[in-house]
Design a protein around this ligand. Structure first.
Ligand code: NAP
Length: 320
């Protein structure tokens, strides 16, 4: 089968289109023919690790997982002897975070991992582009109390995690302020933002407005910059470790003082979350946000685009 392989760490140019052995399913596994996948920031972070912690997981000197890709939409081609929840021909979508392997024509996954039947109102293209953003956004959103319509500011709202954060938090009952560039203001309103701030024209930390929660899902601000716009018990989340990995230390220290807090939850990929995401999509409460679609053969170009940090939502790879 065709796959994109990286045997060494490095720039997007280390990605090679190769022929590798097609996997066969174990008793509890399904064999998925992948129709569409994505290139996301997690792939980039594991292809060229910036932080030692990533190398501790993925291999100190060279990658243990040599086929990246964590999101998929495809079709079950075969099932293992004990598989009960899927059959040949089922259309599925899901996530294989930290195990990777979706940048390939086929992947085997246990039926108990984060895959399920595709939402009945999405194409393969859309279904491939929802899970990673939702999963990373939901890790933060689960920590928020939605009882009294919290005021939430999302910085980096036009990214993959940002567009998912806006939609999930809106669904759960927040009043959302989305911070993005001029070109994405209308998209943010369409996704449910109550207020929008164009970061190229206005500094959201200097307009006198305060929030219960700041989700800095592009990591371009900091707790210290946002402290003044947080209410006394306000929460700050970031998708980045921050200067000198400060967000880890702040997440350990700030909860001890009972006031404004930094939270840095470690995302965990769980099947029950994928089932919830499917429900939300089928209820019409969640839209896929797709910027560009590339062919598998164009993965270097796609990755270079993702690494500009300027994609709107998600970049899909079609194996079609
Ligand atoms: N914690 C984790 O496990 C994890 C996993 C994956 C990714 N990440 C990190 O999370 C961040 C977001 O990832 P993503 O995939 O959602 O991002 P992304 O899709 O790469 O998009 C970032 C978005 O933010 C916008 N942006 C750029 N500069 C901005 C600024 N100064 N203020 C507000 N918005 C700005 C960009 O659009 P414009 O430039 O057009 O404005 C773009 O739409 C990245 O920093 C990534 O490294 C963390």
């Amino acid at each position: 089968m065709k796959a994109i392989v990286n045997t060494v760490y490095g720039s997007p140019d280390v990605l090679q289109l190769m022929e590798v052995e097609k996997p066969s399913p174990k008793d509890d596994e399904v064999l998925i023919k992948i129709h569409e996948t994505t290139v996301n920031r997690t792939d980039c972070g594991f292809r060229n690790p910036e932080y030692l912690i990533v190398r501790l997981i993925s291999g100190l000197f060279k990658p243990k997982k040599q086929i990246l890709g964590s999101e998929l939409a495809g079709e079950i081609e075969a099932i293992g002897g004990n598989v009960k929840s899927f059959k040949k021909g089922d259309k599925v979508f899901g996530l294989n975070t930290f195990n990777f392997g979706t940048h390939a024509e086929y992947l085997c996954m246990s039926e108990n991992k984060s895959i399920t039947i595709m939402p009945n109102n999405m194409s393969y293209n859309e279904a491939a582009a929802v899970c990673d953003g939702m999963f990373l956004a939901y890790a933060n959103i689960k920590k928020i109390d939605f009882k009294n319509t919290p005021k939430i500011l999302v910085n980096g709202a036009s990214g993959s995690i940002g567009s998912a954060s806006v939609q999930l938090a809106k669904y759960l009952g927040a009043e959302i302020t989305a911070v993005c560039n001029t070109k994405n203001l209308d998209l943010m309103r369409l996704l449910g933002a109550d207020h929008v701030i164009d970061y190229s024209k206005e500094d959201f930390t200097k307009n006198g407005k305060v929030y219960d929660v700041v989700l800095d899902v592009v990591g371009k601000s900091s707790f210290f910059a946002c402290k003044k716009i947080l209410k006394p018990k306000g929460l700050y989340f970031s998708s980045e470790l921050g200067y000198l990995s400060q967000n880890i230390f702040l997440a350990l220290l700030t909860p001890l003082f009972g006031g404004k807090k930094v939270l840095f939850p470690i995302p965990k990929d769980r099947k029950k979350d994928i089932l919830f995401f499917k429900e939300l999509i089928e209820a019409g409460k969640y839209k896929a946000v797709i910027d560009r679609t590339y062919r598998l053969e164009e993965i270097i170009e796609a990755t270079k685009y993702v690494e500009t940090g300027q994609k709107t939502g998600n970049v899909v790879i079609t194996l079609g």
